[in-house]
Design a protein around this ligand. Structure first.
Ligand code: NAD
Length: 480
């Protein structure tokens, strides 16, 4: 049985109270390891290590910080196979996806911020006539907390910790207790890359125990969080009275809006992916599909045919969908499939469990398409976060904008059209942080990333992330 230890002050250590939780392999439905169940004492130990490392790390030259981040990126790439296998085993995602997306992107995150920090700059304002010059000092905050979810484990963990350390902070970070393996393996890489002890401390455990201790810690001054909207609310309630800086990347219920004038073949292919990649467990998946009336019948037939070709199976094999992340999550997804029928929805394809030979205890579900009677039903309003999409026709732009914006979430939207005027008009009207037009999950790491409404507060990516992880201080100098 593997044991997942904390990585504190550059060393692997067991939790102080010696408590452990099970680590489950979702594709086989069995416990395959133990995870440190850290408590407030472990977080304090990690905080002390981070605090001790801060003065030296924040004074380390940008070139040296950059060099270490680039080295981490190289080492992740060098260990791609091992990390991808670990990610796939821990999460249930197809190995091919972990190899082509998750691990390359984790490496790219370190490389991107290793380079970005060398280009980061701040403003100066000369007050002409007043003989003053203002310049903005951008200083690292101190010890910051990073908390990440299970769906893209190393990808999202590195998306936070890389800019945090690049900007000169030291970090107490907690990956999801559901998928801790690759963050654990990252510890070895950090040591090999020569990251000084205490700069990045990785602590494992549950949200209510280890996570709560991070958000409540009086001297952890900023929290970068990605996860569910409810957890985000709780974090905001806890951290706001302590005036912590907060970046919250939360849930989504993203519209995928298809007009009859789109490039049909491209749209169909991409829509299969945007619906079911990673078993639909990507916050950016287009889980509500709206199709313009003239195209609706054709789309419905072709989409169902394509979805039925998708292969569900053990993630180490050549499959399109692996297992969903846990038994509890499978039950939640199934409860929505049940609810859809109670709400008058029609299951066009899928809706059932898949039994994979040799792995009968794994958590497999068919990719599921549900035609819903109205946009307000719960399956069309609440985040399911699984291989389930809803389908509805629309007639006018006004109608589909009301559907698209008529949810509490506002993370991303996808628009399929060849009409430029419409593209610009609707891009402005969509209440989301990201609009993809004729594409999906197309990411340039320099762009601002984040949601509006219940999908979050703040932006990650590019210089936005470096700004979040620094405090701006105006220095005003009077000269004669
Ligand atoms: P979650 O909120 O249950 O957990 C996320 C992290 O928060 C985990 O590490 C967890 O241990 C921790 N946590 C839980 N309770 C806590 C507490 N009281 N204090 C501190 N930390 C606590 O989310 P999840 O189920 O792991 O992830 C799925 C959710 O994440 C979905 O809603 C999805 O949309 C969202 N998500 C959003 C984005 C984005 O960029 N907006 C990206 C990926 C996932």
């Amino acid at each position: 049985m593997s044991k997942i230890l904390n990585y504190i002050n550059g060393e692997f250590t067991p939790p102080l109270k010696n408590e452990w939780i099970d680590n489950v392999n979702p594709s086989e439905g069995r416990v395959y390891g133990q995870i440190a169940n850290s408590t407030v004492e472990d977080i304090e130990k990690a905080y002390q290590a981070a605090k001790a490392a801060f003065s030296s790390w924040s004074a380390t030259t940008i070139e040296e910080r950059s060099r270490i981040l680039l080295k981490i990126a190289d080492l992740i790439e060098a260990h791609l196979d091992r990390l991808a296998e670990a990610e796939s085993m821990d999460n249930g995602k197809p190995l091919s996806l972990a190899k082509s997306v998750d691990i390359p992107r984790a490496s790219a995150n370190f490389r991107f911020f290793g380079n970005a920090i060398t280009q980061f700059s701040s403003d100066a304002h000369e007050s002409v006539g007043l003989n003053t010059l203002n310049f903005t000092l951008r200083q690292p905050i101190g010890v910051v907390g990073c908390i990440s979810p299970w769906n893209l484990p190393l990808y999202l963990f590195s998306w936070k910790v890389a800019p945090a350390i690049a900007a000169g902070n030291t970090v107490v970070a907690k990956p999801s207790e559901v998928t801790p393996m690759t963050a654990f393996l990252l510890g070895e890489i950090l040591t090999e890359a020569g990251l000084p002890k205490g700069v990045l401390n990785i602590v494992h455990g549950t949200g209510p125990s280890a996570g709560q201790a991070i958000i409540e810690h009086p001297n952890i001054k900023a929290i970068s969080f990605t996860g569910g909207t409810q957890t985000g609310e709780h974090i905001a309630r806890t951290a706001a009275p302590m005036f912590k800086k907060l970046s919250l990347e939360l849930g989504g219920k993203n519209p995928n809006i298809i007009f009859a004038d789109c490039n049909y073949a491209q749209m169909l292919k991409t829509t299969v992916r945007s619906s079911f990649a990673n078993q639909g467990q990507i916050c950016l998946c287009g889980s509500r599909i709206f199709v313009e009336k003239p195209l609706y019948a054709k789309f419905k037939t072709d989409f169902i045919a394509e979805v039925q070709k998708l292969k569900v199976g053990h993630p180490m094999e050549e499959v399109n969908l692996g297992a969903v992340v846990s038994e509890a999550h499978r039950d939640k997804i199934e409860s929505y499939i049940q609810l859809a029928q109670e709400e008058g929805g029609t299951i066009l394809t899928g809706g059932k469990r898949v039994t994979v030979k040799g792995y009968e205890n794994g958590y497999y579900l068919e990719p599921t398409v549900i035609e819903v009677p109205d946009a307000q039903c719960r399956v069309n309003q609440e985040e399911i976060f699984g291989p389930v999409v809803t389908l509805m026709p629309f007639e006018t732009e006004e109608e589909v904008m009301a559907y698209a914006n008529g949810v509490k979430y506002g993370l991303s939207a996808t628009l399929w059209t060849s009409n430029l005027d419409r593209t610009l008009r609707l891009s402005k009207q969509l209440e989301t942080g990201i609009v993809w037009v004729n594409t999906w999950l197309n990411r340039d790491l320099r762009t601002p990333f984040g949601g509006v409404k219940a999908s979050g507060v703040g932006r990650e990516g590019g210089f936005e992330a470096l700004r979040f992880f620094t405090e701006a201080k105006n220095v005003c100098i009077k000269y004669e």
